[in-house]
Write a new protein. Structure first.
Length: 214
């Protein structure tokens, strides 16, 4: 009877050790799976919208674009990378002479499945400006990121990233050209015509003076 009691006690002890080891193993795996890491996903090109007076200048040049969860020096960020090209060349605009080949201000929004804004994006305008200098065949990638000053924790950035279902790029409007000064009210052809007329008048005046002296 005493031996049976010892055996039962040993079995319980061994069972407790086994359970403890199993719990530790499970706990270790769970902790490991939650380690912060960079991520990336692709969204259909149809989920990206260009907005602004000159939005029709651009289009997505691939079937998809990327949304990324990235660790930066000042925290975690959600970023986008979109391949774009010109849909219409700059000089094909009806009033292109009124504008510079650069955008005045452009930014973006990350949207959820209901098209509700999750967070705004800081965009590099110089990437767009380079494209405006080129032809319609040129392709480039524009990038955007959540504002670095917000310094998101991994959990907050991950929450935004997981819910991103669409992106809108806003404020796509060309910078207006500087106003013409009074010294250049006329284009080159008009100025040349005026110069020719003045030369003709001067020649006629000299001829009249010569005839008057006869």
């Amino acid at each position: 009877m005493f031996n049976n009691l010892i055996n039962k006690t040993m079995k319980k002890f061994l069972l407790m050790i086994a359970c403890a080891a199993l719990m530790c193993a499970c706990g270790g795996k769970t902790s490991s799976s939650k380690q912060p890491t960079d991520e990336a996903k692709s969204l259909e090109a149809s989920t990206l919208t260009f907005r602004g007076k000159h939005a029709n200048l651009f289009k997505v040049s691939a079937d998809t674009y990327k949304v990324m969860l990235v660790q930066a020096n000042d925290g975690w960020q959600v970023r986008i990378k979109v391949p774009i090209t010109l849909k219409t060349e700059f000089n094909q605009l009806k009033d292109y002479k009124k504008y510079e080949r650069e955008l005045s201000s452009v930014y973006g929004n990350l949207l959820n499945v209901s098209e509700v804004e999750l967070e705004s994006l800081d965009l590099d305008e110089s990437e767009w400006d380079v494209l405006l200098q080129e032809g319609a065949e040129t392709e480039t990638s524009i990038t955007g990121k959540t504002w670095s000053y917000k310094s998101y924790s991994y959990e907050d950035a991950k929450s935004i990233y997981d819910r991103v279902a669409a992106v809108e790029l806003i404020g796509i409007e060309l910078e207006e050209a500087e106003e013409t000064t009074s010294s250049s009210l006329f284009d080159e052809e008009t100025e040349q015509a005026l110069d020719d007329a003045m030369e003709l008048l001067e020649a006629e005046a000299e001829l009249l003076n010569a005839l008057g002296g006869l």
